[in-house]
Design a protein around this ligand. Structure first.
Ligand code: KE4
Length: 428
């Protein structure tokens, strides 16, 4: 494949945009080489500026579950554009989107819209702190909730007692109130709560993490977290920015039949436009300004265009067949990769939940937390990614990310992807 124009644009981009990208993972640093610049997309396919076509498994990191440029979104959005794009005032459709979300999530009574998942997660933490009057938060290694200072924190040298910044610019006084624990390790949570009990405002996690690659919760882990947080008046926050409307209409909380106190959403509920949401019990949400004392705001929060795209995306997903189809395609992909791994003798671990899947290049038999994921062979992953790209398959450009399927990926697309994987894995 030729990438002359992408190379040219990337060179230009780096002169005027930090790292040449507006979000770090897009720079291909984890896999090497030059990022491809995308020209257009339709259905399951993206086309780069050099005219190369790819089967897309990034789908804008999850939002494009209906495939790119789906008329079910484009038509209503195009009609709406001529009525204006942003008013900074309430609109009817924002209420409809909030009602659709609350209907799909029994744990949700009220919704506040934002313009990104980061804003939503950040606001949920502030709300939990304001509601409980407590300062500390628990998060998990490998779970990502956006780039809010309190959440860019890794386990401190005191491990479970205080956090240290995982990014420059996050000051230590900020990080100290964040306790970072290993995912899938209930004992570590019990120990910290015993020690810090009345100081912990909330526990936030991705119920099915996808930011260390996909990792599955161990049996009863989520139920146990719900129990221990309830017993200690700790706000349980499910960050379902990826899993919301992805693994089921009602997200992971529908699958595991758990009611968190707050839920963070994003991606799919904007149908490809900038959006985020935090939502939950009315008694907590009512603490938000203007009625409550916890301030939160946003110029484009509830933007009519993003809301229109979100409403039409959710309505299209209310057809139960959609998730059955997505899961079947995910299974086809996973089974095919397992067979190839056996045939080529390439040691990989595949973690999948529905249409979310990660191929880990590791010789250990499983990946159950960040420490496992961090042991993967990054060089092998980079070779796999580059080989698949050359074969016209656009995978997530990092071992620590998920691949996504859309309703527009056909069985033929998956067969083509598996043919490419067979060729590439031979050489990895
Ligand atoms: P945004 O601020 O990027 O809209 O959402 C932050 C966020 C919050 N919670 C979860 C579970 C998330 O996965 C994200 C963002 N996801 C990444 C991909 N893993 C976005 C891609 C990027 O950063 O460019």
């Amino acid at each position: 494949m030729k990438h002359a124009k992408s190379k040219k644009y990337f060179k230009e981009a780096k002169k005027v945009i930090p790292g040449g990208v507006n979000s770090p993972v897009r720079a291909f640093k984890a896999v090497g080489g030059c990022p491809v610049f995308i020209d257009k997309a339709k259905g399951a396919y993206i086309y780069d500026v050099d005219g190369n076509k790819y089967i897309d498994y990034v789908l804008s990191w999850g939002p494009m579950i209906l495939g790119h440029a789906n008329d079910k979104i484009l038509k209503p959005v195009s009609r709406l554009l001529k009525n204006g794009t942003s008013f900074g005032a309430p609109t009817r459709r924002e209420v409809e989107l909030a009602q659709l979300v609350a209907k799909a999530y029994p744990s949700i009574e009220k919704v506040r819209l934002t313009s990104s998942g980061t804003e939503a997660a950040m606001s949920a933490i502030r709300l939990a702190r304001g509601y409980t009057g407590r300062d500390k938060i628990i998060k998990f290694e490998g779970c990502y909730h956006g780039h809010y200072d309190s959440l860019l924190v890794k386990a401190g040298s005191g491990a479970a007692t205080f956090g240290v910044p995982s990014s420059a610019g996050v000051n230590a006084s900020f990080a100290k109130d964040t306790i970072t624990l290993p995912y899938n390790d209930l004992e570590s949570v019990k120990k910290v709560i015993r020690k810090e009990k009345n100081k912990i405002a909330c526990l936030i996690l991705e119920p099915i993490p996808a930011n260390m690659g996909v990792v599955l919760p161990e049996r009863n882990y989520l139920k146990a977290l719900r129990k221990i947080t309830e017993e200690n008046d700790i706000i349980l926050i499910f960050d379902e920015v990826i899993t919301g409307f992805r693994v089921a209409l009602g997200g992971a909380q529908e699958i595991y039949n758990i009611k968190p106190d707050l839920t963070v959403l994003g991606k799919i509920i904007g149908g490809g436009f900038p959006i985020g949401a935090f939502a939950g019990k009315a008694k907590i949400m009512n603490c938000l300004s203007p009625d409550g004392s916890v301030y939160q705001a946003g110029t484009l929060s509830g933007n009519p265009i993003a809301v229109e795209a979100g409403i039409n995306t959710i309505k299209a997903l209310r057809n139960k067949k959609a998730y059955k189809q997505l899961d079947r395609k995910g299974e086809l992909f996973e089974d095919g990769l397992r067979k190839i791994s056996d045939r080529t003798g390439t040691k990989i671990v595949i973690n999948r939940f529905g249409s979310l899947l990660t191929v880990f290049f590791t010789t250990q038999g499983s990946v159950k937390n960040y420490a496992d994921a961090a042991k993967c062979d990054a060089a092998k992953f980079g070779k796999y990614f580059g080989g698949m790209l050359d074969q016209g398959v656009y995978c997530a450009p990092s071992q620590f990310e998920a691949n996504f399927l859309s309703v527009k990926h056909t069985v033929k697309d998956i067969e083509r992807t598996l043919e490419a994987a067979e060729k590439v894995l031979m050489g990895v």
